[in-house]
Write a protein that binds this ligand. Structure first.
Ligand SMILES: NCc1[nH]cc(CCC(=O)O)c1CC(=O)O
Length: 311
């Protein structure tokens, strides 16, 4: 079998993820080759992703290369993936999930959202994190902070903020655990769909035998079940990572519990619901919960967000 050609973005975190995947494939007896590509999302650093607005800013170039057959699979952070992929693309595997929550990162050892004495300036550009900060910690000052992990930490060191809110997974994978000053509770900062999880994307013309071997080497079934529920939720909200929605599914044996919601960007109104059921119905559970949240006021929040974008 010829080497599995693995497409990835060029950021350090993306390369870490691609190498992690290559390693799993090699352990299963396959040869691999990495193909790093630059995407629009990596090039445009001065505009927030919400404002760039177009779908798939981190995936377009990679999907073009998948479709043309230059690569067999692409490795992504699952949370960066749109809930509906373009025609012909699919996620064929999800690797074992890292701790999914957000953390506060700072050089100041006592930096804390809940216990801090001095007012904190926190850097983030995620609409979800900004809204949750406004909602739970209105005294915190928020500054817009884009760029990859290393860039954000550099900006913090230059004094643009005291602390950053980041996904634990990225911080840990990049070896910055020492800078974590607080683990944000999963109940307050419910993670966005897919956080901490690596998704493997392929195009329909991938050879079925190759596809089967890749999936067998990479897919972690419990993670996949959780992700199916979370992504079904996001699909019904017709969103990607730029809407302030969150969903987090957990498994307890064959029971799946999904906790999800949406918050308006100003942090005034937070809608949150939970649903439990048979893990076999993961997608139905995510879909139903999205329906409940839309009916409970989520629809108005979404409509407002779409109206704002069109102004
Ligand atoms: N928003 C960008 C992004 N996409 C994936 C991760 C790392 C965590 C993950 O893989 O879920 C990050 C950084 C962050 O949000 O802190």
């Amino acid at each position: 079998m010829s080497p599995i050609r693995i497409g990835t973005r060029k950021s350090k975190l993306a390369l870490w993820q691609a190498e992690y995947v290559a390693d799993l494939l090699q352990k299963a007896g396959m040869e691999t080759e990495l193909i790093p590509l630059e995407t629009k999302g990596d090039k445009i650093l001065d505009v927030s992703i919400a404002k760039i607005g177009s779908k798939g800013v981190f995936t377009e170039e990679i999907e073009a290369a998948l479709a043309s057959g230059e690569m067999d699979i692409a490795v992504h952070s699952a949370k960066d993936m749109q809930s509906v992929l373009p025609e012909g693309f699919e996620l064929i595997a999800f690797t074992d999930r890292e701790y999914p929550g957000d953390v506060l990162v700072s050089r100041k050892k006592d930096a804390s959202l809940s216990k801090g004495e001095k007012p904190l300036t926190v850097g983030t550009s995620s609409v979800r994190r900004v809204a949750l900060l406004k909602h739970h910690f209105p005294h915190v000052k928020v500054v817009d902070m884009r760029g990859n992990l290393q860039t954000r930490i550099r900006k913090m060191d230059e004094g643009q903020c005291d602390a950053l809110i980041l996904a634990f997974a990225g911080v840990h994978r990049m070896g910055y655990d020492d800078l974590i000053t607080e683990k944000l509770p999963l109940t307050l900062f419910i993670p966005p769909v897919g956080q901490g999880c690596i998704a493997i994307e392929a195009f329909t013309h991938l050879d079925p035998e190759r596809r089967k071997k890749i999936r067998a080497a990479l897919n972690h079934l419990p993670t996949e079940t959780r992700l199916l529920a979370e992504r079904a939720f996001l699909r019904r909200l017709e969103g990607g990572c730029s809407i302030p929605a969150f969903a987090f599914a957990e498994l307890d044996g064959d029971r799946l519990c999904i906790s999800a919601g949406i918050i308006d960007p100003m942090g005034q109104k937070r809608i949150h619901r939970e649903l439990e059921g048979d893990a076999k119905n993961a997608e139905n559970l995510g879909h139903s919960l999205a329906g409940e949240i839309l009916a409970a006021g989520g629809r108005e929040i979404l409509d407002d967000i779409h109206r704002q974008k069109n102004i």
